[in-house]
Design a protein around this ligand. Structure first.
Ligand code: NAD
Length: 413
């Protein structure tokens, strides 16, 4: 299995070769500038002390402060966090944001922790890293198994570490009442469905009455289901960490959300049959949306994929070997650095609103997001056509044009 770090380095190297960029660009960007490891002692509810290991990776500041989520997951590794911070740089480049990439992670199993333990862990992470974070330095956000409540604890802890001053712009994905932005909770999915709509239109595939399969039913996956359902796309299968379900005629998405809230899992939903993760990925459908973790579509199962479009709501779900197979088979992959960029775009709007102290309406945010995503998609699609490359490589080329210009202007090469 490719490590996420190897994957992103291979993608970067391929893009550099396609663009004929100087080797120096690859040398400067192939590793994060800084990776910080912290240990976080947490008093557990039973009175014992447990130390958790966390990371923050800051890839490059050449375009602006670092930006990227914090993941709480048992499989977090330093290499994974490094790779995710690199994808964030290229993502910000594609959509034209004034940020470099950052990413954080803590090795823990949040589903086995109480709210009190999670709060102490979240605050401990910020205490350990406060000096390395800031609105002009590095700005975290939610990622897998973190949410707006955790961002609220973290924002509060940061204020405490800075003599009580509310620097709301230090973290995005906050609740609305403490400096969050309208539309942030659905932004990743909203951006993703815009790219699906635009890709389908370029490929001449009518989306109405088409079908969709989604792996992962959290912030990204669940909201993609809601939005596509509203566009009359049939959501035939979804999964979460407990398993996958399928209904040929389509799942009732609002009822499924209620079921997941009540039972904590998508399994056991009335009218749907249980299938395996392998079966889910291999279903015949118009759009497959991986919205969980890395390394899901690999050389072992890429031959089985029957979707016409793969829209990567997750980061790094497709390995480079699988990419080649999908490309040969004519399956269009909307790459993560474009497909899930809506989240960081609205995080950017949140940061801008925090700096101004003036807040936009949900409609204003939605309009701006739509324009940004449509322009990024169009630029990437034109690059794909001009250079005869995959959409992933086209997205890298768009991003690397900006990064290379900034690196040259700042004499970092
Ligand atoms: P989340 O914690 O809200 O949801 C994750 C979902 O994945 C859960 O439903 C979980 O049960 C499911 N899952 C975990 N392991 C699984 C497995 N092996 N098979 C199937 N499902 C599994 O996280 P999220 O924020 O929705 O993030 C999902 C992906 O989207 C990640 O790759 C993340 O980096 C990416 N992403 C998220 C955002 C954002 O704003 N939240 C932005 C950009 C990219």
């Amino acid at each position: 299995m490719s490590s996420a770090l190897t994957m992103v380095q291979e993608q970067l190297d391929e893009a550099r070769r396609l663009m004929n960029l100087p080797d120096d660009v690859y040398e400067v960007l192939k590793y994060p500038r800084r990776v910080i490891q912290v240990s976080i002692p947490v008093k557990m509810d039973d009175g014992s002390m447990k130390t958790f290991i966390g990371y923050r990776s800051q890839h490059t500041e050449v375009l602006g402060p670092c930006k990227g989520g914090i993941r709480f997951h048992p499989d977090v590794t330093q290499e994974e966090v490094m790779a995710l911070s690199m994808w964030m740089t290229f993502k910000c480049g594609v959509v034209g944001l004034p940020y470099g990439g950052g990413k954080g992670g803590v090795i823990c199993n949040p589903r086995k922790m109480s709210q009190g333990e999670l709060e102490r862990l979240s605050r401990g992470y910020i205490q350990a890293l406060a000096r390395n974070l800031g609105p002009d330095q590095d700005i975290p956000a939610p990622d897998v198994y973190t949410n707006s409540k955790i961002m609220a604890w973290m924002t509060d802890e940061y204020a405490k570490s800075r003599a009580g001053i509310n620097h709301f712009g230090v973290i995005t994905g906050k609740p609305l009442v403490i400096g969050g932005s309208a539309g942030r909770d659905t932004a990743t999915a909203q951006g993703c469905v815009f790219t699906i709509r635009d890709a389908a239109s370029k490929l001449g595939i009518p989306l109405e009455k088409s079908t969709c399969v989604i792996q992962g039913f959290g912030n990204a996956g669940c909201n993609v289901a809601v939005l596509l359902d509203e566009w009359d796309v049939t959501i035939q299968a979804v999964s979460d960490s407990s398993g996958a379900i399928y209904a040929e005629k389509g799942l009732d998405v609002p009822a499924l959300i209620r079921h997941k809230e009540e039972t904590g899992s998508v399994l056991g939903f009335a009218g749907a049959e249980e299938i395996s993760n392998e079966q889910l990925l291999a279903l015949e459908c118009t759009v497959l949306v991986p919205a969980a973790l890395e390394n899901q579509i690999t050389e072992d199962n890429a031959h089985e994929i029957k979707a016409k479009i793969v829209a990567e709501a997750a980061n790094g779900p497709t390995t480079p070997e699988a990419d080649e197979i999908l490309e040969e088979r004519g399956i269009v992959v909307i790459p993560d650095i474009l497909a899930n960029a809506g989240g960081v775009v609205v995080s950017y709007y949140e940061w801008v609103q925090n700096q101004m102290g003036y807040y936009w309406t949900a409609e204003e945010v939605a309009d701006k997001l739509q324009t940004t995503m449509e322009q990024a998609f169009e630029r990437t699609w034109s690059m794909k056509e001009d250079q005869s490359v995959s959409l992933r490589m086209a997205a890298y080329l768009v991003s690397l044009e900006r990064l290379t210009e900034a690196l040259e202007l700042r004499s970092w090469l």
